[in-house]
Ligand binder design. Structure first.
Ligand SMILES: [Zn+2]
Length: 476
């Protein structure tokens, strides 16, 4: 029997505000435990939360970027549960009236365009963090993260394959980073995802029982966990069993999910409107203002890169996946207006270098302008394309400009006809058998001679001139 997976994602994005959602404590990461706390975020009796306006603005940006309807009067609610990292015994979130609903995000997987619905976006506060001492029977709690603002983006169950889930997640991350509202750091947990998944016999409508997978802190884990869960559920059903609705934990070391707890229903949390916070009223002027100030978003930028620079879809997609990378490309192209050549260098040598060093484009050791100047040297015939790669590596090591490296290392291309002729004649004289073979019709040996000449000139000979001279001398 063939099954079809039905997948929905719940994504939490930590907002990059300076202060927490309901108090003035700092949100910065990595401070000593419990140093960014006050009576409000510690949930002391008698304190009152005051909403951070920036949080609402950031949530509005995301809502508008994902084509959501804005709720003109939304409400904060208390989500009640007991856990040691939650000092108030409830989390302030939004429930019946979230700030935004009914949006969508477009994704492309292997050439297929898919529109993924967004059910809702709501604002909420984060909980604290528990640490467990491996040597003693002791747990410690750090409340620095308590009250740090989050938005939760809940998708419709529109995803059908693990690759689509990965692609949707990457697209969301790209959008929050473009908007400047979240750093998108999966390892530090500022962008995290839970996945709901069920399977049903192909071409049927009713949804199967779903499980929720937690602890997905990389794109790879999301796809692997979903693949695992799909085959696990299929096996259970094929054996005549039933899927239990539950929360499961992804174990990246063992490559499997394990049962964590039975799934809570909304009523388990006894939601009710928070009496300490007024309804949140958002007027048209504010919405218009946020809308006008939205930056160009990944989809629009990709289309523009294809139109304006005539780049293939693949290049445009990759270059616009990150706002800084797109800026780098455009800065470089402004100086060296041959977009496809710039794109090849950025996607090849530059990203290769950054990946190898585990760096992002912001810390690129080669600036966009310096790369443009290097490409100009190739274009002007000062150095060969092959030497350019050597110069690029040297630029990355020393941060020196291309011109200086070329001068210091004497890498200028040999374009002197006399000098090149000497080398060509020397190589020809050294390989009489190959010359004989060439003359009897083995013309593919030309490549062999070019290789020998390049070796002899340490790659500095002008390839076109070498070809011309070589053909002429071999025929002579
Ligand atoms: Zn505080």
């Amino acid at each position: 029997m063939e099954f079809e997976p039905v997948i929905g994602l719940e994504v939490h994005a930590q907002l990059k505000t300076k202060t927490k959602i309901f108090c003035a404590c700092s949100t910065s990461f990595g401070a000593p435990p419990n140093t960014h706390t006050c009576p409000v975020c510690l949930g002391m009796p008698g304190v009152l939360p005051v909403l951070n306006k920036k949080v609402v603005e950031y949530a509005l940006r995301m809502a508008l970027a994902t084509h959501c309807e804005i709720t003109r009067e939304s409400r904060f609610a208390r989500k009640n549960y007991f856990y040691p990292d939650l000092p108030k015994g409830y989390q302030i979130s939004q429930y019946e009236l979230p700030i935004a609903r009914h949006g969508f995000v477009d994704i492309e997987v292997a050439g297929d365009l898919r529109r993924i619905g967004i059910t809702r976006i709501h604002m909420e506060e984060d909980a604290g963090k528990l640490g467990h001492d491996p040597d003693r029977p002791v747990s410690m709690v750090d409340f620095n993260r308590t009250g740090v603002p989050l938005i939760e983006i809940v998708s419709e169950p529109d995803l059908r394959r693990p690759e689509e889930a990965g692609s949707y997640l990457k697209q969301l991350r790209s959008i929050v980073r473009y908007l400047g509202i979240c750093d998108g750091n999966l390892e530090e947990g500022s962008f995290r995802c839970d996945a709901n998944i069920s399977i049903r016999p192909k071409d049927t409508q009713p949804l199967g029982t779903r499980t929720e997978i937690k602890n997905l802190n990389s794109f790879k884990h999301v796809e692997k966990a979903l693949q695992y869960e799909i085959s696990r559920q299929r096996e259970v059903l094929m054996d005549g069993g039933q899927i239990v609705q539950e929360t499961r934990l992804w174990d990246p070391d063992k490559d499997k999910t394990t049962s964590m707890r039975g799934k809570e229903e909304a009523h388990d949390y006894r939601y009710f409107p928070d009496p300490d916070l007024l309804p949140l009223v958002i007027d048209e002027e504010w919405i218009e203002n946020v809308k006008t100030n939205l930056p160009e978003l990944p989809d629009a930028k990709k289309q523009r890169f294809m139109d304006q620079y005539e780049l293939p879809s693949y290049d445009a997609e990759l270059l616009t996946s990150d706002r800084e990378l797109a800026d780098y490309f455009e800065n470089c192209t402004r100086e060296f207006p041959q977009p496809k050549k710039v794109s090849n260098w950025v996607m090849g040598s530059l990203l290769g270098l950054l990946n190898a060093r585990g760096k992002t484009i912001e810390d690129s050791p080669v600036s966009a302008v310096d790369l443009a100047r290097l490409l100009a040297l190739v274009e002007e015939g000062v150095i060969s394309g092959k030497i350019a790669k050597t110069v690029f590596d040297e630029m990355a090591q020393t941060a020196k400009p291309a011109k200086q490296i070329v001068a210091e290392k004497g890498l200028v291309q040999i374009t002197d006809t006399g000098a090149l002729e000497d080398v060509v004649l020397r190589i020809i004289a050294g390989h009489p058998r190959e010359v004989e073979a060439y003359k009897t019709g083995k013309t593919q040996l030309l490549g062999f001679f070019v290789g020998q000449i390049m070796k002899a000139t340490r790659g500095q000979a002008n390839p076109k001139m070498v070809n011309d001279i070589l053909k002429q001398k071999l025929q002579g």
